[in-house]
Design a protein around this ligand. Structure first.
Ligand SMILES: C[S@@+](CC[C@H](N)C(=O)[O-])C[C@H]1O[C@@H](n2cnc3c(N)ncnc32)[C@H](O)[C@@H]1O
Length: 281
């Protein structure tokens, strides 16, 4: 049962709670986009008390639950993005396609991984992109024309058709090679724990929602999705079971005029009627 939120902003509400508790209390068909970057069960130390080393069958049981709940609470046409290793993404995709329609496996370059046993060197992560039926919103995005970071000149010549390119940039493809995390500790919000580059949730949000829509991220971590949503005037619901102080710090630094305001959307309408009377906000 969701208790009082840990914090609110003009656009968002963050609960310190279990992702499935919060999702299970939300009505069906009310969320526009879900962005989920779950723990991968690789035995990683999240430095927050979280056990990232479950038996495999228990981990997939748990993932099936949040994937099913997520699919239920999405609006028709809503989008569900899940960030994962290819090995997990292929399993998650199997679960998601029972209820949702596959749109893309976006490959994101991932540097700084290591080769295990007799495998290839892993160089990408997957961002699964499914929708509940035909997409409700699809905003095509553009990215800047790539330039050499040393000399500043454009890297490609576009086969002599440079003049035909849209000055707003190139169409975003399903291969993102500019998304590796900040390696330098001074750029990280949470030291010792990987967080996504802001542009990853931001692109997902911009592509699949319009201003005022509702985005849910059930695994808050360092809060990159909430920053991306707040910055782009999307309403958001956040959940993080363990350390939420990093998120408070980040949002306070970025949005000092918005933190602790009541959100502009009526969160209480999203709860299932049976639960509403016990819930704050
Ligand atoms: C990979 S991190 C998310 C990182 C985030 N996307 C970012 O960019 O900062 C996953 C987070 O899920 C949290 N978590 C694990 N189990 C959870 C649960 N049952 N409910 C809510 N959060 C959970 C972990 O504490 C961890 O911070």
């Amino acid at each position: 049962m969701p208790e009082k939120p840990f914090l609110t902003t003009r656009h968002g509400v963050l609960y310190q709670d279990d992702a499935i508790n919060i999702m299970a209390a939300i009505q069906s068909n009310v969320i526009d986009t879900i962005f989920a970057d779950p723990p991968f069960n690789l035995g990683k130390d999240y430095k927050n008390g979280f056990n990232d080393n479950l038996e495999e069958h228990l981990y997939f049981q748990w993932c099936t639950k949040w994937l099913q709940e997520g699919s239920r609470i999405l609006k028709p046409g809503g989008a569900f993005f899940v960030y994962a290793t290819p090995e997990l993404a292929i399993r998650f995709g199997e679960i998601m396609r029972k209820r949702l329609v596959f749109r893309h496996w976006i490959a994101l370059t991932m540097k700084g991984t290591y080769r295990r046993g007799n495998r290839l060197y892993p160089a990408h992560y997957a961002l699964l992109y499914f929708t509940k039926g035909e997409p409700r919103v699809f905003n095509p995005l553009r990215v800047p024309i790539p330039v050499c970071r040393h000399c500043g000149k454009e890297i490609k010549d576009y086969g002599g058709h440079r003049d035909k390119l849209n000055p707003a940039g190139l169409n975003l493809t399903d291969f993102w090679d500019d998304t590796s995390p900040n390696r330098h500790a001074k750029f990280k919000v949470r030291h010792g724990v990987n967080e996504l580059k802001l542009m990853i949730p931001e692109r997902a949000i911009l592509m699949s929602t319009n201003s005022g829509d509702i985005v849910l991220d059930p695994f808050g971590g360092g809060g990159s999705t909430y920053q991306a949503a707040e910055k782009n005037h999307r309403n958001w619901i956040g959940v993080e079971l363990y350390d939420v102080e990093h998120i408070r710090k980040r949002l306070t630094e970025q949005f000092s005029d918005s933190i602790n305001h009541m959100p502009q959307f009526n969160m209480s309408l999203l709860w299932k009627a049976t639960k509403r009377r016990n819930v704050s906000l």
